[in-house]
Design a protein around this ligand. Structure first.
Ligand code: PEP
Length: 257
């Protein structure tokens, strides 16, 4: 049975005090949940990782970065690398988020290089793929996703399915309030799983969690999670409010029983 992952992507939000307040409250409220097979992950901006981690230290809450450099160390002003994350025991990092692709011109090959850097440092990449609105309208969703997967995984060495997460995030659904219907999301998740079976291994297809992201809210999460191939969410806006995030965790624990 694959675990259910409730991953919050905070993007460029919150002050240090707000981070402290959120994690302190989350740490307290999470005690009332039987998390079983549910993994809470939060990706705050880099500068808050250590503060958040100290608060979450003895809990099930894990920390993720939102991106990393393709390089390990050196003259790359403003960047943060996988070995640096490893040195502060961060366990996850998002790579290939559509905002990185759009505003920083990131391409699939770089996403694959970054994912491999993370794996080399014992960090689990949360690899994002997803089609744009015009691509969906032109009936290109499947070909876009398959091409992204190929180009990303071409840059990766032997794949350990226990150390990879994939997130399907249709770009048109991110931060827009438009959610893919559970059926639309399930169709793409199934395509991703079939691709993994054919091109990586059956083990990878069975074990790699595939998250859905794009305007996930407390009121649509249950239906999304009830789809066969949806193993959790990568959640932006709704992960910023403690009540919403707790509600998402609650739903996940209900489904995992
Ligand atoms: C995201 O940031 O990955 C995301 C899915 O955002 P939102 O939930 O706000 O659409």
């Amino acid at each position: 049975m694959r675990r259910i992952i409730v991953a919050g992507n905070w993007k460029m939000n919150k002050t240090n005090q707000e981070v402290t307040d959120f994690f302190t409250q989350l740490k307290e409220e999470i005690k009332s949940l039987n998390l079983n097979n549910v993994s809470p992950i939060i990706a705050p901006p880099f500068i808050y990782l250590q503060n958040a981690q100290q608060i979450a230290n003895d809990t099930e809450i894990k920390l993720s970065a939102q991106d990393i450099s393709e390089h390990d160390f050196g003259a790359y002003t403003g960047e943060v690398s996988a070995p640096m994350l490893k040195s502060i025991n961060v366990e996850y990092s998002i790579v290939g988020h559509s905002e990185r692709r759009e505003y920083h011109n990131e391409i699939d090959m770089q996403v694959g290089i970054k994912a491999q850097k993370l794996i080399d440092n014992g960090i689990t990449p949360i690899i994002c793929v997803g089609e744009k609105e015009n691509e969906r309208e032109m009936g290109m969703t499947e070909s876009v996703i398959l091409s992204q997967l190929k180009l990303i995984f071409d840059e990766m060495k032997a794949v350990d399915p226990t150390k990879i997460i994939i997130a399907y995030e249709p770009v048109w659904a991110i931060g827009t309030g438009k959610t893919a219907t559970p059926h639309m999301a399930q169709e793409v998740h199934k395509i991703i799983r079939q691709w993994l079976a054919k091109n990586i291994s059956n083990e990878a297809a069975n074990q790699i969690p595939i998250l859905y992201g794009g305007s996930v809210k407390p009121d649509n999460f249950e239906e999304l999670l009830s789809q066969k191939d949806i193993d959790g969410g990568l959640i932006g806006g709704a992960s910023l409010k403690i009540d919403d995030y707790m509600s998402l965790l609650n739903t996940a624990t209900k489904i995992s029983k």
